[in-house]
Write a protein that binds this ligand. Sequence first.
Ligand code: MGD
Ligand code: MGD
Ligand code: MO
Length: 776
Amino acid sequence: MSIDRDEQPSVEPGVGPAPEGEPRFRPYHHPAAGWGAAKSVSRFLVRERALVDGPRAIMRMNHENSGFDCPGCAWPDDLKGLHLDICENGIKHVTWEMTPKRVGRDFFAAHSVTELYGWSDYDLENQGRLTEPMVYDPASDHYVPISWKDAFEVVGRALRELDSPDQASFYTSGRLGNEPTFLYQLLARELGTNNLPDCSNMCHEASGRALQASLGTGKGTADLKDWETADALFIMGVNAASNAPRMLTALAEAHDRGASIVHVNPLIEAAATRTIVPHDFTDMALFKSTRTSTLNLQVRIGGDMALMRGMAKVILEESKTDPKVLDQEFIDRYTTGFAEYRTLCEATSWEEIEEQSGLSRDDVLAAARVYCEADRTIISWCLGVSQHEHGVDTVREIVNLLLLRGNLGREGAGPSPVRGHSNVQGNRTCGIDHRPTEPFLDRLAEVCGIDPPREHGLDTVGTIEAMLRGDVKVFVGMGGNFALAAPDTPVTYEALRRCDLTVQVSTKLNRSHLVHGAGALILPCLGRTEKDHQRRGVQRTSVEDSMSMVHLSLGMKRPASKDLLSEPAIIAGIARAALPESSTPWQWYVEDYDRIRDTMAKVLDGFEDFNRRVRLPLGFRIKQPARELVFLTPSGRAEFSCAALPDVVPAPGTLALGTMRSHDQWNTTIYSDDDRYRGVENLRTLVFMNRADMRERGIEDLAPVDITSTARDGSERHLNGYLAIPYDIPRGCAAGYMPEMNVLCALVDRSAQSDQPVMKHVKVTIVASSGAAAHR
Ligand SMILES: Nc1nc2c(c(=O)[nH]1)N[C@H]1C(S)=C(S)[C@@H](COP(=O)(O)OP(=O)(O)OC[C@H]3O[C@@H](n4cnc5c(=O)[nH]c(N)nc54)[C@H](O)[C@@H]3O)O[C@H]1N2
Ligand SMILES: Nc1nc2c(c(=O)[nH]1)N[C@H]1C(S)=C(S)[C@@H](COP(=O)(O)OP(=O)(O)OC[C@H]3O[C@@H](n4cnc5c(=O)[nH]c(N)nc54)[C@H](O)[C@@H]3O)O[C@H]1N2
Ligand SMILES: [Mo]
């Protein structure tokens, strides 16, 4: 399966736009959001020529059941409906979809695929919305138009002719609404495969597995009401000001009512200082900012678990003189494994905790004090915690800490992972799972009259490996940008190129259309902002946010082209062509999504009476058994875990590199080369380093450096000519941007606990560059 890396095509084309000027770095000292955000939005609306549609759409965003759900992130909507519930990045995200620019057949006739491959990713997406189905013509190396009927037949035939359904893999990016999600997994399982990789495999897989193991429910238990009543909030490994900006409101409100807010992050991100609440125009006018932190703990990369362990150690120690710091009644009644955990904490030395967390004992004591003084605590986290080798153990350690003080199953308390894509949680709930449970498959079999396969399928990394081996021959991407989002870019490219057929259902042109199989199709679909007309009227789809609220989303714009189909219609079209004998009423489902919902209500836990409840003003919340103190674990109790602390201290001379997002990007979609809150302009090919680490290596500020990663199998990967930015980051740690840095992430470097690619702890060496800067 291994491929000769020297023969790999280079991945030269840049990701971001051509820089508008010289790279600049000036530390940012202003509050998050506020006028900087407003200025950035208006510049963006002008550039995207969306000054009329943009603001109109924004007014309809996140309005309970009468507007569309903001595709920007999975943060829940404002419960009270009092605010204009929007943020800078949500506006950009929506405007990006609503652009008046179009990519039609003339465009594809004018540019060969080889030529387009040389364009930057920014330029590709910036061409605008895709307008009609296209098929790759190898003779001319161009995409050429194809009718929907013929396109479905191309996919259908390829799927019918496979030796085994497991030679196909069906990827989902977390934008897909619940109803198409259900149809998509039905298609895969009726065909006979559980190969359903999704972006979650690179994102919160660790969180789901950990919460499932500890609490028997693979999701967070806290909701927005809990956020409004917590006394202490721990925010770990999330850049909220950029990636979940609506959290800023919750943080500012929490601070105003006297709650403590502890940020745990190697970087002090913008949300960890002060913010101007985005929708509060009085605050904006007065430049009034609110503090959003009580304590900032700059852990070393991967040091979160040691911090949690240290806090637990303090509490257990203190309980000897003050038993009230433990909720012994809760522990006795609802948990198991406490005695072992206590012994483990006692046996973990302070030297180890300090060394592995990168924090002093005083820092850990300060965090423990905040935790003990609060009656109700929420611990929230995102990728800084999950994308590690030991992501599952860390999330379980977070739960351990919560259990000690009974911070579960009551108001204002609980674990609260911040999910990424706007419906990534709903995708999993509605069946996108390469490891489906037996009860789910049983019900699917009974209700839908199919015989679903029982063996587990392939996840994202598994799919790439199978494509390389030639075991997966047909790849279908339901949204997303697999080529760029996945690790080990040249290897992923090669995997896609070895397929017989790659099919991408997309709204915009991206890298995954240009890195394709022998046959390739681009199937353009409606976006979430657009009206979805079907036979029985305009349809709505539903989504589930980070806090398990399910509500409807209704598009309001005229579709970008009359030749677009909705995602349910595309899935049904493929299904009918691939499964000519199917007794599933595919077309009937597409005519009216209420019919899909009626079937889902019978298959999915917590979706009883789906059609009625989803039309309630705020939709409905899927019950979390753990929230009700019902634990679907083998012991029937919440289970303390007892894992050894991992060794996360970089070997001498090496650094731990975290790959992350800039402020002006949405995963693989790049809006500009700026990262405002980190003070960077006109530059993406950079690496943030501690100044002492730079000096030790003879690296000057903003000087070009060469980065080499070493994978666990000893293989090396390189990125040369990146500019080093001196930054407030712990020694031994470095950070830079995805997706560029996926070149450094080896496929073999995935967590044994979650199978997630280890994207936040890449082992690298960095030296002053002998060549030129990569900056174009
Ligand atoms: N505007 C915008 N919004 C988005 C996205 C986007 O690209 N743009 N992406 C969406 C998606 S899919 C997701 S999953 C989320 C991602 O949201 P985030 O998790 O905020 O994503 P990252 O940019 O990867 O940032 C990770 C944060 O973790 C910190 N970090 C790195 N290593 C560690 C560590 O070891 N410990 C701790 N405690 N912190 C660490 C980094 O400094 C950074 O602040 O955002 C979603 N929302
Ligand atoms: N190194 C590194 N790599 C990472 C990460 C990291 O932190 N570090 N993060 C990982 C994470 S958390 C995630 S979630 C993945 C993201 O991986 P993906 O979800 O695969 O990538 P996106 O960039 O979100 O996908 C963007 C594309 O989606 C398409 N699109 C947009 N809207 C729609 C729609 O409504 N319908 C359809 N069908 N298509 C649409 C557009 O064509 C656009 O080009 O990346 C992962 N990769
Ligand atoms: Mo994500």
